[in-house]
Structure formats: structure tokens, C-alpha cells
Design a protein. Structure first.
Lengths: 239, 422
């Protein structure tokens, strides 16, 4: 469904991605783990078209998207929940959600979609008219996911949904991600530092080191991998 | 309050006095007077010491007050009246204000001077509302807004004097021209934000003004354009003795001729234009494009990730904001019947930005209050001549001290829980 081959992205002269190859198949949950500065967020931004790939191809449903503008890519069905949530803090919850449907707000399914988001995250429904900035971190993350769902994506790109969120809420958010995948049939590409959670959830996973994929396999395989345990799961595996 | 604090605040006050001395010393203290041949300097140290003394005392009192942590001072009493006007109450306020504005020309104390000031305030309100689209909603700091005001005024003046078309045809054309210039400015600045954007828009405003001065063949340079047609009341001119075959306003309605008729008509014209601007802004905020403007102000990357096209969004904001500036400009041209580049200097842009910022970015009612406050104050102190800019500056400082986010800082949601559903 989404095929990334040999993608290289630069920030000025600094190379952030050094030829990334990666596939995401229809209906899967694919996780990408890696440490700070490995290029995880850059990869997502490159898929979304916010950063442009200097070399390599990104093919989505048989169409090359590496040179398309971000809003065209969203129209095609790839939506990103950016790192740090990036809620429109002075806008209300409902306004945030409506903005998510910006690509197709004319659509008549709108009211229905918004209801589905509220069913998925009932807490958002209670806070409809509250400003986005007044929500807690976890609620903001839910809002960010809900907002992205409003564009009716085929693939949802999630950048560190566990960042800065209470552990209890992290579980709830990961459960919701699973639900979105299973019930709404949305393919998930998840980027995480919380390697244990990400690998448990994933059908397949990749490890990104210094802008290159070094290890790939099923989520379970990677959880048992000695190298990964040493590098990413220390402490995480104990509890 | 401890002794230490008193000494501290005393030192602080002395420091304030030092700054005041440095400022007032040369500005107020050394006065040039012409005696016979040449200029002589007459010192006025008495006035300087009075001013410096006032500054020290004022600072000391402020320090004492803040140390006691009480907020009951003259100023905070004064501003709490403004705080009372929250956005919830703004609707009642708006209706009252509009009603007042409608009956204003017929109130007993309203004379020609009041009407002129009111027209001026309304022009600034309209400009403020127009700029509010760009600065308040889309978050693009535009320091060259006066350029669109100028484009509107000159388009109107040139079209009306060249082709002799009526106000109602020229007005939309002027708006279209201004919008076109808005897009022209928009393209090169698409990638810029914040300070950088402000600098470029500042330059743009100056470019337009300098073109107006130097393109003598078209704009008549610094001499300006004279004889711009006055608006007519739907074809009925405001003239004492109409031309042959024409009926003028006072004859048609069987009234005694008065110059006030035209003034009142101009007043209602700008009132309607301003209210259209306001209505348009309030409506567009609830539409996807308006919401996208606000989202862009909040976070550009999030917008991109959600499929908002930032290029189109910014350009529409610039174009629509410019269009309303252009409308205001054509009104200005028809009201003055004479325009020159003098009227479109940077200070105008600065005043409009000040109105938007002091009003509380994005607040429509705030713009009204700030316009009345700023323009009204400068008018009130007109007799003081050059000192009125001090009053203007003082007004801005007061607002920023007591309401740092603007008079009305709260953003009103576009969707309400129990309200009408879109």
C-alpha cells in the first residue's frame, strides 16, 4: 500500500535519512522504533510531503507521492498526527475536529464522522466547547488523533503518541489505536520511542538507526531480539 | 511593607528620574528661540525639574502600590470597567453600539465636528476590521496595510476622474484592485513568518507610497489628485444648485439645503461599509476558509499535516483583508475629494496595527473600543497640537500595562454547545 524505497532527506547539508526502505501493507499496524535523532519524525514528514525527499521514491497505492504537496497527500488518504500533538490551542475541541475535515468538509458524512470520533474518545465529547489548549496532554493526544481521523485517512501516521503522557493514558491511547486499526480498517504507521508498547502493538516493525533501517521483522520477533532488548528495552522489559 | 522594600523602590524611583532627566533635559529643557538674527537657546530647567519630580513620585507610588499587592488604584478601577465587557456581554454591547451609531447624527449635541470625528473613527474601525482578517485571524503581521488603503483610494480617484463612473461602480473596482495587490504582496511573502513578514510588508507599504509620489504621469505625484467626484445619493447629488436636468438631494426630498446632508450620508455610508466588513468576518470565521486562517495562526505544520493548503489560505487572507482596505480607501477618496501620498504614510499603518493589537487580536468589539479610544484621544487633545502624540503614546502604554493581551483578549468560539448549529 505504502512503499518507501531508498529515500534520502536532507536538512540543508545535513543528511537525516540515508536511504530508507520500508513497506506498509493494507490493514497492518507497522511500528518504527529508534532513538532520538534517528530520523523517525523526518521520515513521517517526508511521507507527508512537509519535507521533500532528495532521492528515492514513495509510492502510495501505485502512485508516486514524493513530489506532491502536503495537502494533496492528505487528500489521497495519508494523514499524520504530528509529534507533540500540535493542537490549535486557542480553538475549541469541536473547531479542531472540523479543521481535521478540512480536506472534505463539504462532505455530507461530516456530522457522522464527528460522532464517531466522540464515540471513540467520549472525553472529547464532554469538552466540545473547551479550548484545545486547556486539555490535558492525553486528551490533546486523543484530540490530535480524532482530528486526523476526520480527514478519513486510509493510512494514519502517528508520531510519538506516548510523548509526555501519563502511563495510564498511554495504555488507553494504544488501545484506541488498535481499535482504529481493527474496527475502522485504517492502516497504522506508528513511530515511537516507547519501544515495548510499539512492538507489542505492531504486526511488523522496523528499527531506524542514523537514518537507515537496520532491523526488521514481526513485532514479536523484535521484542525477543537480543540487540533490541539491549538498546531499546532495558528497563522497559522488566516491568 | 519592610524598610528594605522602601529603600529599594526609592532607588528605583531615582533611576526613573535619571531616565526622565535624560529624556526631558534636552527635549523640554533646551528651547530654541529666535531673537533678532539667528536662534538662541533658552533653558527651561524649572519645567524639567517639575517633570522629573512627577516621574519620580509616580514611580514611587506605583512601587508602593505593587508592594502592597492591592489593585485598587485609579487606573485599575478605570480598566475594570473594560474587563466587565467580556465577549459574552459583547453582543448586547454591539447591538447598543450599532443603535447608538444609527441615531448619532440626529442627537441634539451632534455638530459638524462630532460628525467628522465619528466618520474618522468609523474609517479606522473599518480598516481595523479589515486588517483583523490578516493579523487577528490569519496571524500574518502586516505593517504595510496602508498600501491597500492607498491602492483603493487611488483606484477610485483615477477611475472616477477618468471615466466619470459613479461611486457604486468604482467602489467594487477599487476593492478588486486592492485585492489584486494583496495577492501581489502575498506571493513573495508566502514562506515568511513573524518578524520577517512584518519587515517585508513594511517595505511593501513604502514601495506603494514611493510609486505614488514618483509616477507623476498617472498619479500626479506629490500634488495628488483633486476634484474627485463626491458620492451621490443614488443618483441625487448633494448640491445647492444642481446642473440642468439634475435633481439634487434637498430638492427631491423638499428639504432646506444643508451641507450636513452630505456629511450625514457619508457617515451612514462608512457605517454600512464597516458593518459589512464586520458581518463578513463573523460569517467567514465559521466557514472552512476562516477556520483555516485561525488554524494557520495557531500552527502551520499541523495545518499542513491536516491537508490545509497554506498557500491558498494565506493568499485569500491577504486578498480579502486588502479588499476591505481598498473599500475604505475609496470611501476616503470620495470623502476628501482630494488625495495625495501624504495621507498614506507609515504612521497610518502603525495606527491601524495598534488598533488591532490593542483591541485584542481577532476581537471585533475590541477594534471598535480601541479605535474610539485611540482616535478619540488624539482628537480630544487636538488643541494641544504636538503634545497629542504623547497622549496617543500614553494611551497605548496604559492599555499594554493594564490589558497586555488587548482590551478584549478572549477569542469567541465559532461553534457553541447550545447555540445555532452553524
Amino acid at each position: 500500500m505504502l512503499k518507501i524505497s531508498n529515500v534520502e532527506t536532507f536538512y540543508g547539508k545535513i543528511q537525516a535519512l540515508r536511504g530508507v526502505d520500508l513497506d506498509v501493507n493494507d490493514g497492518e499496524i507497522v511500528s518504527l522504533i529508534g532513538s532520538n535523532g534517528a530520523g523517525k519524525s523526518t521520515l513521517l514528514m517526508t511521507i507527508s510531503g512537509v519535507n521533500k525527499a532528495k532521492r528515492g521514491n514513495i509510492v502510495f497505492n501505485g502512485e508516486n507521492i514524493e513530489n506532491k504537496q502536503p495537502h494533496k497527500i492528505v487528500d489521497m488518504g495519508i494523514c499524520q498526527v504530528p509529534e507533540g500533538r500540535r493542537i490549535f490551542s486557542r480553538l475549541t475541541v469541536e473547531e479542531n475536529l472540523r479543521l481535521g475535515a478540512h480536506a472534505n468538509e463539504k462532505g455530507k458524512y461530516f456530522e457522522n464522522d464527528i460522532k464517531e470520533v466522540y464515540d471513540l474518545f467520549p472525553v472529547l465529547s464532554d469538552r466540545k466547547t473547551q479550548r484545545g489548549g486547556t486539555l490535558s496532554g492525553g486528551e490533546q493526544q486523543m484530540l490530535a488523533i480524532g482530528r486526523a481521523l476526520m480527514s478519513k485517512p486510509k493510512v494514519l501516521l502517528l508520531d510519538e503518541p506516548s510523548l509526555g503522557i501519563a502511563p495510564k493514558l498511554v495504555n488507553q491511547i494504544f488501545l484506541s489505536i488498535k481499535n482504529i486499526n481493527k474496527e475502522k480498517n485504517v492502516t497504522i504507521f506508528l513511530v515511537e520511542q516507547n519501544a515495548k508498547k510499539a512492538l507489542e502493538l505492531a504486526d511488523r516493525a522496523y528499527v531506524l538507526v542514523n537514518g537507515k533501517v537496520t532491523i526488521k521483522g514481526s513485532g514479536q520477533e523484535l521484542l525477543k531480539n537480543k540487540d533490541i532488548q539491549a538498546a531499546y528495552l532495558e528497563g522497559g522489559a522488566k516491568n | 511593607m519592610e524598610k528594605k522594600d522602601i529603600i529599594q523602590s526609592f532607588k528605583d524611583s531615582l533611576f526613573t528620574g535619571l531616565i526622565a532627566l535624560a529624556l526631558f533635559g534636552p527635549i523640554v529643557g533646551l528651547r530654541t528661540a529666535s531673537k533678532g538674527e539667528g536662534l538662541f537657546i533658552t533653558p527651561q530647567w524649572g519645567v524639567v525639574f517639575l517633570l522629573v519630580g512627577l516621574c519620580i513620585l509616580g514611580r514611587f507610588l506605583i512601587n508602593l502600590n505593587s508592594a502592597r499587592k492591592t489593585e485598587i488604584t485609579f487606573f485599575s478601577k478605570f480598566t475594570s470597567k473594560f474587563s466587565a465587557i467580556t465577549e459574552d456581554k459583547a453582543k448586547h454591547f454591539a447591538i447598543t453600539a450599532i443603535l447608538f451609531a444609527v441615531v448619532f447624527p440626529f442627537l441634539p449635541f451632534t455638530d459638524r465636528y462630532f460628525m467628522d470625528v465619528a466618520i474618522m473613527i468609523l474609517t479606522y474601525i473599518m480598516l481595523g476590521w479589515g486588517l483583523n482578517i490578516v493579523v487577528g485571524l490569519a496571524g500574518l503581521l502586516d505593517l504595510g496595510y496602508v498600501a491597500f488603503y492607498a491602492v483603493g483610494a487611488y483606484s477610485y480617484a483615477l477611475i472616477a476622474t477618468t471615466f466619470g463612473w459613479s461611486f457604486w461602480i468604482c467602489l467594487p473596482l477599487a476593492g478588486v484592485f486592492a485585492a489584486f495587490f494583496g495577492i501581489l504582496l502575498g506571493f513573495p511573502v508566502l514562506r515568511l513568518r513573524g518578524d520577517y513578514l512584518a519587515i517585508v510588508t513594511l517595505g511593501f507599504g513604502e514601495i506603494i507610497r514611493i510609486i505614488l509620489i514618483n509616477w507623476y504621469e498617472v498619479t500626479n505625484g506629490p500634488d495628488g489628485i483633486t476634484g474627485i467626484p463626491r458620492p451621490s445619493f443614488f443618483g441625487l447629488p448633494f448640491k445647492r444648485s444642481p446642473d440642468e436636468g439634475e435633481t439634487s438631494f434637498h430638492l427631491f426630498f423638499n428639504l432646506e439645503y444643508s451641507t450636513m446632508h452630505r456629511i450625514i450620508f457619508l457617515y451612514y455610508l462608512i457605517l454600512v461599509l464597516a458593518l459589512i466588513t464586520n458581518y463578513f468576518t463573523l460569517k467567514i470565521r465559521k466557514l472552512p476558509v476562516g477556520r483555516a486562517w485561525e488554524a494557520l495562526r495557531e500552527d502551520e505544520i499541523a495545518c499542513k499535516s491536516l491537508g490545509v493548503n497554506p498557500t491558498n489560505t494565506k493568499l485569500t487572507a491577504f486578498a480579502i483583508g486588502a479588499m476591505f482596505g481598498g473599500f475604505a480607501g475609496s470611501f476616503f477618496a470620495t470623502r476628501q475629494a482630494f488625495i495625495s501620498p501624504e495621507s498614506f504614510t507609515f504612521i497610518e499603518s502603525a495606527i491601524i496595527v495598534a488598533i488591532v493589537v490593542l483591541g485584542g487580536m481577532g476581537s471585533q468589539t475590541g477594534v471598535v473600543l480601541a479605535s474610539i479610544f485611540l482616535i478619540g484621544i488624539t482628537e480630544m487633545f487636538r488643541d494641544l497640537e504636538q503634545y497629542r502624540m504623547i497622549a496617543f503614546g500614553g494611551a497605548m502604554v496604559l492599555i499594554m500595562v493594564f490589558k497586555p493581551k488587548g482590551i478584549l483578549a478572549n477569542r469567541k468560539p465559532t461553534i457553541l454547545m447550545h447555540g445555532d448549529k452553524k
